[in-house]
Design a protein around this ligand. Structure first.
Ligand code: SF4
Length: 382
């Protein structure tokens, strides 16, 4: 087991698991919830959870998780697109690699908290070699997103993968998605950051041959931007590694303009690009953390009066792909099995989806007359 993985093993305190239980009945409800969706936190997060409600609500189970709609795998439904374990291709120009399906801490709004997702084995070195062989043949693909679970759970494997990806002539854009900067900022040692920066390879004589590596980080609230966290971010940005933040809109945590504005201004000041504000996916048990998509739009409109550097892309994600919301967006609503859903004509072609994923369209999705995917997204409640 990788040294980093070992360091993330955390003893979960009983009292932490039942923090949000008001009585014995709720303790039992939480026991039922964590049987399927165990909680996990890191020692560093533990210190923050003791101080901040905004962080507690993201990592400690609530009895409200028992009120459930949605899916344990909301975005995964359209996946399993390749024969190679850990490699997925949903889009023409980029692939997704998941070397490690586990995370050092589980966010209660994320589908990775479920045993269904987390108990998958990691990619073996042989799986990685096979994936590289497949990607080499994909002429249209120029980007690779290494996602998780958290890729920094096993840094030896991560660097094995990076070494091979950067050597592919068709791959020029490598991104790593992680929440390790919040969960365990001490992982980002000078040595590790130096190693990561080595994958940025500009070619000044032929910019077509330049390669870059960026990290997609995940901060949801200003309380998360602690000194240790910002220092770890600075170690990366000062070495030329771009950090782009993806925020999840969460009811009772950051679903107001003041908090979001503050978060985005702090990110900007600390050299982190404000990238996405994601509507919280319809993960089973996340009902109490999901606002309506419209509420996110109301916040987004307020943000649009700010400097454009601190305005994220606001998106929600039906199983068929991302939908961008603009300040003038309107929504068409319908109902499926008693759930309020948004129906949307997406920008992706149905035929291309079938061709790339080798699957039919996700459940309840359809096709417009001119061949685009008609998506369906379960809305949240305010
Ligand atoms: S949001 Fe990221 S860190 Fe949190 S459980 Fe999901 S994949 Fe893991």
């Amino acid at each position: 087991m990788d040294k980093v993985v070992k360091e993330q093993q955390v003893v979960v305190n009983e009292d932490f698991a039942h923090f949000f239980a008001k009585n014995n009945a709720e303790r039992l409800i939480i026991d039922g919830i964590i049987a399927d969706n165990p909680m996990r936190i890191t020692p560093y997060l533990k210190t923050l959870i003791l101080k901040y409600e905004s962080i507690r609500k993201q990592f400690l189970p609530s009895p409200l998780e028992a009120i459930t709609y949605g899916s344990t795998t909301p975005f995964e439904e359209g996946k399993k697109t390749s024969q190679v374990y850990g490699l997925e291709r949903l889009y023409r120009d980029r692939v997704l690699l998941t070397p490690h399906f586990d995370c050092p801490a589980y966010c209660r709004f994320c589908y990775k908290k479920s045993r269904v997702m987390r108990n998958r084995k990691s990619m073996s070195y042989d799986d990685i070699d096979q994936a590289i062989g497949e990607i080499r043949k994909m002429e249209d693909v120029r980007g690779a997103l290494i996602t998780g679970g958290d890729p920094f759970m096993d840094t030896k494997k991560l660097f094995y993968l990076l070494d091979r990806l950067v050597a592919l002539s068709n791959i020029s854009e490598i991104r790593i998605g992680t929440r390790m900067l919040l969960n365990s900022p001490h992982v980002f040692t000078d040595e590790l950051c130096d190693q990561l920066a080595d994958y940025i390879r500009p070619d000044f004589t032929d910019p077509n041959k330049s390669k870059y590596l960026a990290i997609n980080v995940h901060f949801n609230h200003p309380d998360e931007l602690q000194p240790e966290v910002l220092q770890a971010c600075h170690k990366l940005t000062s070495r030329g590694i771009t950090l782009r933040n993806q925020t999840v809109l969460l009811k009772g945590i950051n679903d107001n303009t003041k908090t979001m504005k503050h978060l985005f201004q702090l990110l900007l000041r600390n050299n982190i690009i404000v990238y996405y504000m994601n509507h919280c996916m319809p993960v089973a048990g996340s009902d109490h953390l999901r606002t309506s998509v419209q509420k996110g739009l109301d916040i987004y409109k307020d943000l649009c009066t700010e400097s454009s550097c601190s305005i994220p892309h606001y998106v929600y994600a039906p199983s068929g792909g991302k939908v961008h919301v603009g300040p003038d967006s309107t929504f068409e609503y319908s109902e499926i099995n008693g759930m309020k859903v948004i129906k949307v004509d997406m920008l992706y072609k149905a035929e291309e989806f079938r061709k790339l994923t080798k699957k039919d369209l996700p459940l309840h999705h359809g096709e417009t007359e001119d061949g685009f995917i008609k998506g369906v997204y379960i809305d949240g409640k305010d």
